[in-house]
Ligand binder design. Structure first.
Ligand SMILES: [Zn+2]
Length: 226
């Protein structure tokens, strides 16, 4: 669907009441033709004494360039509203999608069964463009953690490294499941390869759609085979 100002305005009002206690003044809403974002909350930023930031003059931009699914447009509006709420209340978050942002996003996802994500689809598409369409084979583990979310841990394609990572993950008290895969889908090339313990959270529906073409690998920490 193509976004319209009326639709955005109507949903802004709805989410303002549902999610933000009706505390947010309606900002000017602009439709744009941007390729680089689906939604964007812009404002003026002044840095005052002791580096304290002050935000004002908020505007909400939604790009018409994308053929949104309705829920995707709604999630985009809410995503931008979280940015708005944080800036409007002059809350100092740890980064653009910092602790406060994530906390609010996770809370909304849980309470209202939405699928807000940190990375907008466009930024992911941009990164995909940078990476190109050439297949980049990846071996990675899909993890479920005790928080109930899914994560991806990509490792070097060296058997010994995979076994080592498996043992490391298996001994972690917060890891509840580990499933290994091989894939050349460029989607997985977006996940950094490392032997560190950081894993990237991934949207389960999106993950599922890309896993259909991946090859499951069986690993017990001592052997690895398809
Ligand atoms: Zn954002």
């Amino acid at each position: 669907m193509k976004p319209t100002v009326e639709y955005i305005r109507e949903h802004f009002d709805l989410y303002n009441r549902q999610l933000f206690g009706g505390t947010l003044p309606v900002p000017p809403i602009h439709l744009t033709n941007a390729r680089t974002y689906m939604g964007q909350m812009v404002c003026k930023k002044k840095v005052g004494l002791f580096g304290k930031k002050h935000f004002s003059d908020f505007r909400l931009r939604i790009s018409q360039r994308f053929d949104f699914e309705e829920t995707e447009l709604q999630d985009t509006i809410i995503h931008e509203m979280i940015h708005y709420y944080i800036a409007y209340n002059q809350i100092d978050d740890t980064s653009a999608h910092g602790d406060t942002f994530r906390q609010m996003m996770n809370d909304i996802n849980t309470r209202f069964s939405r699928h807000l994500t940190i990375s907008h689809r466009t930024s992911r598409e941009e990164r995909l463009q940078v990476i190109g369409s050439q297949p980049r084979p990846r071996i990675f583990a899909v993890l479920t953690l005790t928080d109930g979310y899914h994560y991806i841990k990509a490792v070097p394609r060296i058997e010994q490294r995979i076994l080592t990572m498996h043992q490391r993950l298996a001994s972690s008290p917060i890891v509840t499941s580990i499933d290994w895969y091989f894939s050349t889908d460029p989607f997985f090339a977006l996940f950094p390869v490392s032997m560190g313990t950081r894993a990237q959270r991934v949207d389960p529906a999106e993950l599922q759609s890309h896993l259909t073409t991946a090859t499951p690998l069986h690993c017990d920490g001592r052997t690895l085979h398809t």
